[in-house]
Ligand binder design. Structure first.
Ligand SMILES: Nc1ncnc2c1ncn2[C@@H]1O[C@H](COP(=O)(O)OP(=O)(O)OP(=O)(O)O)[C@@H](O)[C@H]1O
Ligand SMILES: [Mg+2]
Length: 335
């Protein structure tokens, strides 16, 4: 992608107080998102994908806080915007779609009412224009017979249709960025494929950018231009998705790809077959995040020093001491 970034994230750090400790759920997260681009964020459960996305919009749950970093969007640092300014950005210019469409839909209101509520918050339009927009956006997501069925309540719809409505809700105000956090994970494989196709088509037609969060590298390859692999709150590798899949440089990415069966359903590509588990995020300190599980760690370094980014291809970066020392040969295992 050559266009100027619509979003620049620099040095994002998100902490949760836990007991007397601080749990660092996202550390030094930096990336850019170009206009019309889809960036996938991939990593296993607990790697900090959701917290990162929520942090961009000042929505870190519970006692969590963004304690460092900046999120530049349309010339503003979103983390410094007053509440009202951030509220205008959320939902209008940057919208989110979650794993569970029920979390976005109110069971008590019709589909029509819920989309209108979003428009009421952000658009000073006459009623007719709002109604046209509701029909338009439901049509765009393939909601059947929108003029009649927009009177439905969420429980009257299938899971796939509910997720289409959640996408319509996200697109209602024509956002510049859509953040989809495991938006297809709960759906049947065939419905999942339809929703992915829908998102790809809408993204290209409407020219918004997408941050697509998933456990599934195969799915990321299908939808994304670039991928950022996260492990234990740290981005460890970032690059064009085809390049990262063909030439993974970080031992964690190598493991993820090695553990992905081929020819199976998308769900079977969930990538958790590397022995061990994510380290304690309260005590990980300055180590390389994957050190405790890494089959090619450099003794005496990886457990003490956080690696810097190294270039490992065109627009492809890795944060790994072994790669820095021995190149791709050094990190190729399980292949
Ligand atoms: N409300 C919270 N209170 C305390 N810690 C939290 C909270 N939410 C998240 N965390 C911590 O942040 C870490 C990252 O969580 P996050 O939800 O971002 O992971 P994820 O990569 O999205 O995982 P998943 O794939 O399961 O959705 C978790 O391991 C957890 O320790
Ligand atoms: Mg998550």
């Amino acid at each position: 992608m050559t266009s100027a970034p619509v979003l620049s994230v620099r040095g994002l750090r998100i902490e949760f107080p836990v007991g007397g400790d601080r749990l660092v759920a996202a550390r030094d997260v930096s990336f850019e998102l170009a206009g019309g681009e889809c960036l996938a964020i991939v990593g296993e459960s607990g790697s900090g994908k959701s917290v990162t996305c929520l942090g961009l919009l000042g929505l870190v749950p519970g006692q969590g806080r963004v304690v460092a970093g900046e999120v530049i969007f349309e010339g503003d640092d979103l983390l410094k915007l007053p509440f009202e300014g951030l509220r205008q950005v959320r939902g209008e210019k940057i919208a989110m779609i979650f794993q569970d469409p029920s979390s976005a839909l109110n069971p008590l209101f019709t589909i029509e009412r819920q989309i209108r509520d979003v428009l009421d918050v952000h658009k000073d339009w006459p009623a007719k224009r709002k109604r046209d927009r509701i029909l338009e956006v439901l049509g765009a997501v393939g909601f059947p017979d929108p003029a009649r069925r927009m009177k439905s309540y969420p429980h009257e719809l299938s899971g796939g249709l509910r997720q289409r409505v959640a996408i319509a809700l996200a697109l209602a105000c024509a956002p510049r960025i859509v953040i989809a956090d495991e938006a297809t994970t709960n759906l049947d494989v065939s419905v999942q494929a339809q929703i992915i196709e829908l998102l790809v088509g809408l993204k290209d037609d409407l020219e918004f950018s997408v941050i697509f969060v998933t456990h599934d590298l195969a799915l990321a390859q299908h939808i994304a231009d670039r991928v950022m692999v996260m492990y234990a709150g740290h981005p460890v590798e970032v690059g064009p998705v085809a390049e990262v899949m063909a030439n993974p440089a970080h031992p964690y990415t190598v493991g993820l790809l090695g553990s992905a069966p081929t020819g199976e359903s998308h769900r079977a590509h969930r990538l958790a077959a590397i022995p061990g588990s994510i380290p304690d995020l309260r005590t990980i300190g300055a180590a390389a995040p994957f050190a405790g599980r890494c089959p090619v760690r450099v003794e005496g370094i990886c457990d003490r020093v956080k690696p810097a980014w190294t270039s490992c291809g065109a627009d492809h970066l890795v944060a790994c001491h072994r790669y820095e020392r021995d190149g791709r040969e050094g990190t190729t295992w399980n292949r």
